[in-house]
Each structure stands twice: as C-alpha cells, then as structure tokens.
Unconditional design. Structure first.
Length: 439
C-alpha cells in the first residue's frame, strides 16, 4: 500500500507539472519577438488538454508509475513518452485539418520544456519524499548468495531515487539474486515468494549482458522462452548512428573548446615554455595504430625523472603493474597536475574524433605495449573506436585494476546504446567538475 500511495503521489505531481508547463510555454511563446516568430494566437487550455492526456497516458503505458526505475532509466521512459506524444499530437492536428488553428512552434516549445522540467521535478519530488523521510521507502527482501545480496543491498541503500530499502520482515517486493543458486533452489524461491507478493524480481546470474535491451521470444508449445542477445556496438546501423552523433556533437563543441584551448595553451607556455601538444601512438579500431592528441602534462626530461624516482620508490613499480599508473608521478608539471585532475588534458582528442580515429565515448585508447595484456577482452575492445571518455572513467577510474577496466569496457561494447553514451557524457562532466578521477 505504501508503494501504491507514493506512486499515485508522483503521478499526480507529474500531471500538475504538465499543466503548469502549458502556461509557461504560453508565456514564452507570447513574448517571442515578431522578427523571430509570427503573432501568437493564444490556445485555450481546454483545447490543448487532449495533448496533455496523450502524454500522460503514454507515461502510464511506459510503466513509469508501476516500477521503480533508477533516475536514468526513468528519464529515458519520460523522453520516449514525450517524443511519441509529440509525433501523435502533430499527426492528429494535421489529419483533423485544424493544425492551422494551433501554433506548431508553441507545441514544440511545450514538449522541449517538458523534456527538461519533468525529469528535474520528478527528481526533486522523490528527493523531498525519500530523503526528508516524509514518505517511507518501499521495503524489499533480498535473497540469494550472501556476497551478491550484500552488493545489491548497497545499491538499494545508496540509490535514494529508487525509494527502496532492505527489510527481511515486512516486505512488499522481493529480489531474488540468481547468481550462485541451483536451478531447483531458484525455482523453489520463485514459487515461494510469488505466493506472498506480486512484486518478485529475478536478477539474472549473467552479469555481462544488460537484459533491458534484449527481446524475449515466446515458444508456447514448449512452455519456454528465449532471450535474444546481440553485440550492440558491432551492428552496422548502430555504428552509423554512433559515428554520426560523434561528428555532429564534435563540430558543435569545437567553438567552445577553442576558447578553453587559448587559456590552457597560455598556461602551459607560462609554466615551462615547452610545447603545448603531446602526441602518442595508441591502438585504435581493429588494432590500427594512430596518434592521439593531448595537452602536454610532463616535463621534457620525463624519462630521466621517472628512472631516478623509481630507484628511490620501488613500490611504485608494483602499483603500476596492477593499475597501469603511478601514485605520485614525478614527470608531471604543475599545470599538468591541474589538467589531469580535471581531465582537460584529453580535450584535444576532439580532433581525433573529427579525424575519425576516436569516438566521444568508448574504451580508453590503449598503448601499443598493452595489447597483449588485454587477453580475452582484446577481440571486443579493439573492434570499436576508443573514446575520449568511457564507462571506466565514471566508475572509479583510479580505484580499478587493469583487468576490471577491461571488463567494464567489454560490458559497454556489448550493451551500447546512444542513451547510455549520453549518460556517460553527463557523468563525465560531473566527474570533471568535482575533480574526481584522474591525478
């Protein structure tokens, strides 16, 4: 009942927000200068209400008020509902021959505003409900192998947006972590808990596949189903979409990057008077070697400085063998430390994207001598273009071993989506601004 009450509350708030956006869009459209748009004939709310109903019904269809998604999946469901609603609204107006009575610009403004306002207000409302303890979190039981349950329990505890908390006694939902369970045990648990609650979720033991992108086929005569799995970043249509996004986004970013470049180049020159850029050979798609561009962050006599440092600090050699970086690198300049801490040293790689050697998001560009160390992940990682940023940069970076980094990048390739790229870019911006990640 608690879960239902919270979902109804969020649904009511969303409907109120959709109504408020109508009046905000009306105000914006009415105040647009005549040299930008023609005179606006205000639309009565009662005449526009059917569009709000369409959007709201689509959000219900996307099960936004049925399941507890995390923020990014919740936002994706909202975007899908808004995009389909926008197409349906324009189609209805066109087919009913009343489109001349409606401002298409106004409708476009409405949906653009909704695209930003709805996810933000949903996040604020959930924060208000769950973080302030004005609404109790839904209680969930987690069953399975102890280590896997502990990992899942941490996610429920830390991800307040889900609005769920682990409780063994009075639960509404059950998560069965199937990894480590025998088939008989799994079937027994499913039978047991489906008799107690309608909210039973089975977490697959296969961790390298994001089943949210999979399609389930039903074979009714066999009483079986099959899950369709594909390597998403090796599909030609997906490659075209990703490459097109990379090129368009890079060309839009370049004017802004140019301003930052002037500041960074000046700082590097004032620091030690050396070259601004640094080029290094890296492994690209299909193992092709290319030159990656970065801002120079090391002294010109870096090899000599490192050799002397390692003689005095032999423990750094073991650390490098595990993480492929040093705790305190003596080769880095003063400005270089700032650039690396903020990841701005990789900004010139926008040029690599324009040249077609890299993507905005992808596996890190590995050094040539690291090829043999990729082992079983080599065939996956070197099948795609490396990226300026990637999943490993926003997943702990300095705390990940070389092997863990490879596993993350293989997972990214298998489960790629354009939305996932967008999420990684947003998280990268957060990492850069908070100066978390690189040293």
């Amino acid at each position: 009942m608690k879960k239902t009450f919270i979902n109804i509350t969020i649904a009511i708030v969303d409907l109120i927000v959709l109504v408020c956006i109508f009046y905000i869009a009306s105000l914006i459209r009415a105040n647009l200068p005549l040299d930008i748009a023609p005179a606006f004939k205000p639309i009565a709310f009662k005449d526009f209400f059917f569009i709000i109903v369409i959007v709201y019904m689509l959000m219900i269809y996307e099960k936004i008020y049925r399941f507890r998604y995390d923020f990014w999946q919740d936002t994706l469901q909202v975007i899908k509902a808004l995009f389909i609603g926008y197409i349906i609204a324009l189609a209805i107006l066109s087919l009913s021959k009343v489109n001349l009575e409606y401002s298409r610009l106004f409708i476009t403004i409405y949906f653009i505003l909704a695209l930003f306002i709805l996810p933000i207000t949903k996040r604020v409302v959930k924060m208000f409900l769950f973080k302030s303890n004005l609404a109790n979190r839904t209680k969930a039981l987690i069953v399975g192998a102890k280590d896997e349950c502990d990992r899942f329990r941490v996610e429920l505890q830390d991800n307040w947006y889900l609005g769920m908390i682990d409780d063994k006694d009075d639960f509404e939902s059950v998560f069965i972590i199937s990894k480590g369970l025998s088939l008989d045990t799994l079937n027994s648990l499913i039978t047991q808990y489906t008799q107690q609650t309608t909210e039973v979720f089975v977490v697959p033991f296969i961790t390298q596949i994001n089943f949210a992108h999979s399609h389930i086929l039903e074979y009714s005569n066999l009483r079986n189903s099959a899950i369709h799995i594909e390597n998403r970043l090796l599909i030609k249509s997906n490659i075209i979409i990703k490459n097109s996004f990379d090129m368009m986004a890079s060309l839009c970013i370049i004017p802004f990057v140019s301003i930052i470049h002037i500041i960074i180049a000046t700082a590097i020159k004032l620091d030690d008077g050396g070259k601004v850029f640094f080029k290094q050979k890296r492994l690209g798609k299909d193992g092709k070697v290319f030159e990656v561009y970065k801002y120079r962050t090391m002294y010109s006599n870096s090899d000599e400085l490192l050799a002397n440092y390692l003689q005095q600090h032999p423990n750094e050699i073991e650390y490098y063998n595990k993480y492929h970086k040093y705790i305190n690198d003596p080769r880095i300049t003063k400005v270089g430390k700032i650039l690396r801490a903020s990841s701005l040293d990789e900004l010139p790689q926008i040029l690599n994207v324009v040249l077609g050697d890299m993507s905005l998001v992808g596996p890190r560009p590995y050094m040539i001598e690291e090829e043999a160390l990729l082992k079983e992940h080599k065939e996956f990682i070197l099948k795609v273009k490396p990226g300026i940023t990637g999943l490993w940069q926003v997943s702990g970076r300095n705390n990940l071993t070389f092997k863990e980094r490879n596993e993350l990048e293989s997972w990214y390739i298998k489960n790629w989506s354009l939305w996932f790229d967008f999420v990684i870019i947003i998280k990268t911006i957060k990492v850069v601004l908070s100066k978390v990640g690189a040293r």
